[in-house]
Design a binder for this molecule. Sequence first.
Ligand code: DQA
Length: 145
Amino acid sequence: MTSILILNGPNLNLLGTRQPEVYGATTLADIEKMCTAWADAANCTVTFLQSNHEGALVDAIHAARGVQDGIILNAGAYTHTSIALMDALASVELPAIELHLSNVHARETFRHKSYIAKVAVGLICGFGPRGYTLALDAMKSYVED
Ligand code: DQA
């Protein structure tokens, strides 16, 4: 059975109350429920994690090696800054999808740069919470094809 890690970075624990005009009213717990329901119906396993700490995200990526088949990463602001997360993904040699709720390319220019994209198989952004299940579908197909 395909196993997928969904990893969420800083400030995503505040979804629902954080800048709802940008990120909407759906909480991270709601998104986790959507992902679990999607995985149950698709007969795959999902592990859902969030951390505000760069090192904890690096540790979670390392721990995925040999356990998970792919990683979906919404690295939040670390997307635009973190060579450590990029190196971690490159080191574990698992397929990764970069995910964002918002369309980062329609926002400030500092959000246009991504270290994660350099080591990702693809990128999904701008579809809000639905992006998570779109990413699951994309990852499942990528792994099983
Ligand atoms: C985000 C986009 C990032 O630029 C931002 O720092 C976030 C959320 C998104 O999901 O749209 O924290 O990753």
